[in-house]
Design a protein around this ligand. Structure first.
Ligand code: ZN
Ligand code: CU
Length: 495
């Protein structure tokens, strides 16, 4: 990127802005093809798009040959406490992400009052001391004070609410507990939460019957909020789990987002056609969509229900055995001369990467027009799944350019316009006059993810500049670095 000082003798009457990005291939996020244009930014917003020869600015960027698109929206994150504790947000900013949606999979940092250690899988979000937001309003205030480098929008987690009000997780909530959870959800919605998330597959939510979620979901509709769910099963019972999600959406009269849609487990491979057919059928009667990360491996806490010898499981961290981080479960089992189950038990609490998916299924789900991109990155994992640093450039480089799964403009739409529309993020996700200037400049020919399963904390290649609310926050070509400017905000739900 080059920037030049404004010529002080420039013609009088020229139109003034703060930053002028000249001669870019503009992909506007709507799915439309690229057009060559200049884009003018003033006071954080896009103020003009076109051939802006009459315009001038103290910052002029020559974007010849590069793509300018809306900043990417990571619709599926677990950055809840990290946006406050590590506001530089380099894993995301370096990918061109300008907004993260936190609070997925039933776990959120707010509203939370812990009585001890965070229960599984809330431990993915941080340690006990990192949870200090008893109300959603206090969480919003903390984000505003931290001023992270990216915008933050938030869901409220069902498991988080359960942990606030229930003495144990292996049962349904009673009427009083549901009322207490619902009051907290309402407080959060009043302060701009996007909706409710569940993680019904996890042990600490699995005993919640559908009726518990239905009762809890009641306040969503009047606020125009949504329901996002990590399904009760991504294995053999996935269709039943999808039906449950659709039922909750239908009865609550809210849109449903199925989180990280996948066909997990060898016995389940090849079922993506069936799964997508179910999604399409539901979409005839209600608003449904899904997100997906571009890898054939999943990652979460180590879960005995998922221990198998039919695919590789890599242990990423272990509280009692930190020295085993990075090794395959099977390797550790051989070392300890134990079976996989005994080994997993001895490692817990722990984290794992499960190589549980098939290429054809991931491709089919990614390609589906309802699918948005979300990283599901785990920022507190010492050996994180590479999606944390690589998801968005991987979709653009590997899946769009190399595998030709979809054209570039469609790939961008899945991470910008579609996402903003689904989650109700106003004036974001498109390059339009009057919209906020969340923008990323990248090289379509070289963009690629660099993070791998063995070397996962690598910034992507090909990102040349990232603007958040009009502020240049990352300048890739100038040495792969954050500029030190942090201009992110809390984004409230737009009804
Ligand atoms: Zn999940
Ligand atoms: Cu998740």
């Amino acid at each position: 990127m080059t920037s030049q000082e404004l010529n002080p003798h420039a013609a009088a009457g020229a139109l003034q802005c703060d930053t002028l990005i000249r001669n870019a291939f503009v992909i506007d996020g709507s799915g439309a093809e690229a057009v060559v244009a200049d884009v003018a930014i003033r006071a954080g917003r896009i103020v003009a798009i076109g051939m802006l020869d009459d315009w001038q600015a103290p910052q002029v960027v020559d974007a010849t040959g590069k793509v300018l698109s809306p900043g990417f929206i990571d619709v599926h994150t677990h950055d809840d406490t990290n946006v406050i504790r590590m506001p530089e947000m380099l894993p995301k900013l370096s990918q061109g992400v300008t907004t993260v949606i936190v609070g997925n999979c039933g776990i959120s940092a707010a509203p939370v009052t812990l009585s001890g250690e965070p229960p599984d899988p809330m431990n993915l979000l941080g340690q006990a001391g990192d949870f200090s937001y008893p109300t959603f309003a206090s969480y919003v205030a903390a984000i505003t004070a931290a001023r992270p480098a990216v915008n933050v929008a938030a869901l409220v987690g069902h498991t988080a609410l359960r942990s606030n009000h229930m003495d144990r997780f292996d049962r349904a909530a009673d009427a009083g507990e549901i009322a207490a959870m619902r009051a907290q959800l309402s407080e959060a919605l009043a302060h701009g939460a996007l909706g409710l998330s569940t993680g019904l597959a996890y042990g600490n939510a699995f005993c919640a019957p559908t009726e518990e979620v239905l009762a809890l979901a009641e306040p969503l509709a009047e606020c125009g909020a949504l329901y996002a769910t990590h399904l009760r099963s991504e294995f053999a019972d996935i269709l039943d789990a999808m039906d449950e999600a659709f039922r909750i959406g239908k009865h609550s009269r809210v849109p449903v987002v199925i989180s990280h849609l996948k066909c997990a487990g060898v016995d389940n491979w090849g079922r993506s056609e069936e799964v997508l057919a179910a999604l399409e059928l539901a979409s005839k009667h209600q608003h449904v969509g899904c997100d997906c990360y571009p890898y054939t491996a999943s990652s979460s806490t180590l879960d005995l229900k998922q221990v198998t010898d039919t695919f590789d499981i890599q242990v990423t961290w272990s509280q009692p055995h930190p020295e085993m981080g990075g090794k395959l479960l099977a390797t550790i089992a051989a070392e300890w001369q134990l079976d996989l189950m005994q080994t997993a038990r001895r490692l817990m609490p722990a984290g794992a990467v499960y190589h549980c998916m098939e290429d054809a299924d991931v491709n089919r789900i990614l390609r589906h027009p309802s699918t948005m991109i979300g990283s599901d990155g785990l920022p507190n994992d010492p050996m994180p799944h590479p999606r944390l640093w690589g998801a968005f450039p991987r979709v653009l480089g590997y899946y769009s350019r190399e595998q030709k799964l979809f054209p570039l403009a469609e790939a961008v739409h899945k991470m910008t316009g579609l996402s903003a529309q689904r989650f109700g993020l106003a004036e974001r996700g498109l390059i339009r006059e009057g919209f906020w200037a969340d923008l990323v400049l990248f090289d379509a020919l070289t963009i690629r993810d660099a993070a791998t399963f063995t070397d996962p904390m690598q910034p992507a290649h090909g990102i040349d500049g990232v603007w958040v609310n009009g502020v240049l926050s990352y300048a890739g070509a100038a040495g792969k670095a954050a500029t030190g400017q942090r201009a992110g905000r809390f984004l409230a739900r737009h009804g």
